[in-house]
Design a protein around this ligand. Structure first.
Ligand SMILES: Nc1ncnc2c1ncn2[C@@H]1O[C@H](COP(=O)(O)OP(=O)(O)OP(=O)(O)O)[C@@H](O)[C@H]1O
Length: 250
């Protein structure tokens, strides 16, 4: 498996292909989970990745993130150098202050200024010098988002980043992420179980079934009308093997 990083400095005009996954195969102890996944994401494009539990969503994300040593075969993954990953938990270092978590690994006088700006964007400018454990779960996720922001990534990989949050914090985080994406135009791959979250956020929905891509559609129309939203939800739930009873009976 060749993981080819695109060279820094080849700053792409918008809508260039940012991520190219070709024939991705993954086996665990002889059991083939991914049978040859093909996926492209353009710069500035927001893709939600759905699929039943155990279908291989996290495995795809980890492979693209370069976190999986075990990917194999003749496949090829091309990704931007500047990428950041958001997980369900914030993965902050408990022995570092909020601001030091945000600047982690960055050097130079710019780093602190950038970190303060990012913490301001997630409305945590007043909590820069506290320990992560003194923050709520939602606040910790906002720090993780700020950490991602200062890296100004060309690609954001998110694995159910909001699923542990309460409903209100979740909506707030979705808005923050959408604002950020609008302004900075990274490519985004966002794993979620939540079809409505996918339709609120994504330009495109990709569903993985039995180790391959089984659905790949532009869904931006869902945000144009409530009727279209419901139709898309029913369609996608159908592809996931769920009948949308609510919609049928109302
Ligand atoms: N490290 C591992 N060792 C063995 N099997 C694994 C490993 N990681 C994943 N698998 C298997 O690969 C399959 C896909 O797992 P993956 O976590 O990618 O699914 P997922 O779609 O993200 O699931 P969920 O929605 O439940 O989080 C599962 O059957 C899982 O048991």
């Amino acid at each position: 498996m060749a993981v080819v990083a695109r060279m820094a400095g080849s700053a792409a005009p918008k809508r260039e292909v940012a991520v190219r996954v070709e024939r991705l195969v993954r086996r665990f102890h002889g059991n083939e989970v991914l049978h040859g996944v093909d996926l492209q994401i353009r710069q500035g494009e927001f893709v939600a990745l759905l699929g039943k539990s155990g279908s291989g969503k996290s495995t795809i994300l980890r492979a693209i993130a370069g976190l999986d040593e075990g990917v194999e075969g003749s496949g090829r993954i091309t990704v931007p150098d500047r990428r950041s990953v958001l997980f369900q938990d914030s993965r902050l270092l408990p022995w570092k202050s909020v601001i030091d978590n945000v600047t982690l690994g960055l050097e130079g006088p710019q780093a602190r200024a950038e970190a303060l700006k990012a913490l301001d964007e997630v409305e945590l400018q007043h909590r820069t010098d506290v320990w992560p454990k003194t923050l709520s779960g939602g606040e910790q996720q906002r720090v993780a988002l700020a950490r991602s922001l200062v890296r100004n990534p060309d690609l954001i990989l998110a694995d159910e980043p909001f699923s542990a949050l309460d409903a209100l914090t979740r909506i707030r985080m979705q808005r923050l992420l959408l604002d950020l994406v609008k302004r900075r135009q990274p490519a985004v791959l966002f794993v979620t179980h939540d079809v409505e979250e996918a339709l609120r956020l994504a330009d495109r929905v990709v569903i993985i079934t039995d180790g391959v891509v089984s659905y790949d559609e532009q869904v931006g129309d869902a945000r144009l009308s409530p009727v279209r939203f419901d139709e898309r939800r029913t369609e996608i739930l159908g592809h996931l093997g769920v009948t949308d009873h609510y919609n049928h009976h109302h």
